[in-house]
Design a binder for this molecule. Structure first.
Ligand code: FAD
Ligand code: NAI
Length: 462
């Protein structure tokens, strides 16, 4: 038995970042991880492998669609799927090994195995019981399916199965037009799969700004994705490695079916807390099964904290990381804090979609007076040069004070451009502050400045 200041359960972005920060702040720290490799969902079966496939398939698309236009002639590359899978695995391995290195460098112990909490101050792994002044649960999340659908990770898959299919399917039905469905759906479309997305609501990516939703769906349709909107999936039948999806259109209750080689169920994720012994310990959960915490990530049990996908809030790696750092600082006697008003969300399709702060719909609902500065990438020389003129930057600012309240981007490098606006929001900047900042030419960032100018006297290149 060993004794620690902090034991973190789970080595995803929440847990591993938290452990490193705890160690940096002088706390004796261990992490328990049951998986064979560190990095959690994000590095093993989430953010990292999906971005590897998105990058590879985007490169293929560039070669097929744009190379010849630039005078780069010759045969388009063909897809060697096993090699693409090896590439994806090498990206995963590089990243998970990197966390192992960081643990050694920071003197964080990795206790291998699955943890439970028999009582406050104790963590059980196998037959060993370790002592910890503080326990931080960072156990993450798992895919949630629908009633009537049995996942076999072969024909009916979650994102985990979809990232490692043995071959590229001829056809795929994606259930859910959320982040996972659209990222992976668009990657397979570029590989030649016939992709049909079936979505319960009438708009894709629920919660996003309405302008972005409309433009994004049009762009994806142009890329060849089919959408069946307002359709409630009733069930999936499988026979001889083929699937039949039954759905009911909400507008008239009519039922229809669609066949596919693979069905990707992407209808959200739920907190993963199985096996921790939370019930016996008396840890309070929310109605949605998330671990309840206060503003300092403390549960109702003294010395037990929780962060990341296992608690409330957006299920994003960077949100988990920020909470990990904040709780480490709280335990070290500092003022750990996360500003939930400025957490960016990015969808890594081509083009990327990025958003932060309030949507126009939210501002309308709040009855807040606002102004909109919008700039199309068509007016951005750099974007046009790389065939990425579709899309826009939209900045929402307070009508009176000009303070930036939100931003919504669809276009080249949107996932990077958003951070300039995040920093502005953290500093309580006005749109004019962005507009008066000199931006290098020719960059995609100039579109952000132009949108900020459009909040005032007007964009120059519009
Ligand atoms: P996790 O990463 O889920 O890690 C939890 C870890 O805890 C796991 O490794 C698990 O094995 C371990 N664990 C659980 N219980 C125990 C136990 N009892 N004992 C020991 N170990 C335990 N987010 C983004 O921000 N950007 C993206 O691009 C993005 N892409 C994604 C793509 C996909 C396909 C998926 C599925 C998710 C994606 N996400 C993305 C979401 C992101 O992966 C999660 O928000 C993030 O991983 C949450 O981090 P976490 O530390 O809370 O939990
Ligand atoms: P999601 O919550 O983004 O989308 C689920 C979609 O499924 C919604 O549009 C919903 O309306 C739809 N749906 C629900 N029930 C349905 C039904 N019966 N029939 C048809 N449609 C139905 O969930 P998703 O895509 O599974 O992602 C899970 C989490 O992973 C997200 O919360 C996201 O934060 C995270 N993630 C983040 C990424 C990123 O940041 N780039 C990438 C991938 C995942």
């Amino acid at each position: 038995m060993s004794s620690y200041d902090v034991i973190v359960i789970g080595a995803g972005p929440g847990g591993y970042v938290c452990a490193i920060r705890c160690a940096q702040l002088g706390l004796k720290t261990a992490v328990v991880e049951g998986r064979e490799t560190l990095g959690g969902t994000c590095l093993n079966v989430g953010c990292i492998p999906s971005k590897a496939l998105l990058h590879a398939t985007h490169s293929l698309h560039e070669a097929e669609e744009n190379f010849a236009k630039m005078g780069l002639k010759g045969k388009s590359p063909s897809v060697d799927w096993p090699v693409m899978q090896e590439y994806k695995q090498s990206v995963i391995d590089g990243n998970t090994k990197g966390i192992e290195f960081l643990f050694k460098k920071n003197k964080v112990d990795w206790i291998k195995g699955w943890a439970s909490i028999p009582e406050a101050g104790k963590v059980k792994v196998g037959d060993d019981v370790h002592e910890a002044k503080n326990i931080i649960i960072a156990s993450g999340s798992e895919p949630s399916s629908l009633p009537g659908i049995e996942i076999d990770e072969e024909t009916v898959v979650t994102s985990t199965g979809a990232l490692s299919l043995p071959k590229i399917p001829k056809s795929m039905v994606v259930i859910g037009a959320g982040v996972i469905g659209l990222e992976l759906g668009s990657a397979y479309k570029r590989l030649g799969t016939e992709v049909t997305v079936v979505e319960f609501l009438d708009k894709i990516t629920p919660g996003m700004d309405g302008d972005v939703q409309k433009t994004f769906q049009k762009m994806l349709q142009k890329q060849g994705l089919n959408f069946i909107m307002g359709a409630a999936v009733q069930g999936v039948e499988t026979k001889n490695k083929k699937a039949k999806v039954t759905y009911k259109l909400r507008k008239d209750d009519s039922e229809a079916t669609i066949d596919a080689d693979v069905v990707l169920v992407a209808t959200g994720r739920r907190p993963y807390t199985a096996g921790l012994g939370l019930d016996a310990l008396g840890v309070e959960l929310t109605e949605r099964g998330q671990i309840k915490t206060d503003a300092h990530y403390a549960t109702n049990i003294k010395g037990v904290y929780a962060i990341g996908d296992a608690i409330e809030g957006p299920m994003l790696a960077h949100k988990a990381e920020d909470e990990g750092m904040a709780v480490a600082e709280v335990l070290a006697g500092q003022a750990g804090h996360v500003n939930y008003d400025v957490i960016p969300g990015v969808i890594y399709t081509s083009p990327e979609v990025a958003s932060v702060g309030k949507t126009e719909e939210q501002l309308k609902e709040e009855g807040r007076a606002y102004k909109v500065g919008k700039f199309s990438f068509m007016g951005n020389g750099r974007a046009k040069a790389v065939f990425m003129g579709d899309g826009f930057v939209k900045i929402l600012a307070d009508k009176e004070t000009d303070r930036v309240l939100g931003a919504h981007l669809i276009g080249p490098a949107a996932g990077d451009l958003i951070h300039e606006i995040c920093v502005a929001m953290e500093f309580g900047a006005a749109a004019e502050d962005l507009a008066r900042t000199c931006h290098a030419h020719p960059t995609f960032s100039e579109a952000v400045r132009e949108a900020a100018l459009a909040c005032g006297d007007g964009a120059i290149h519009a």
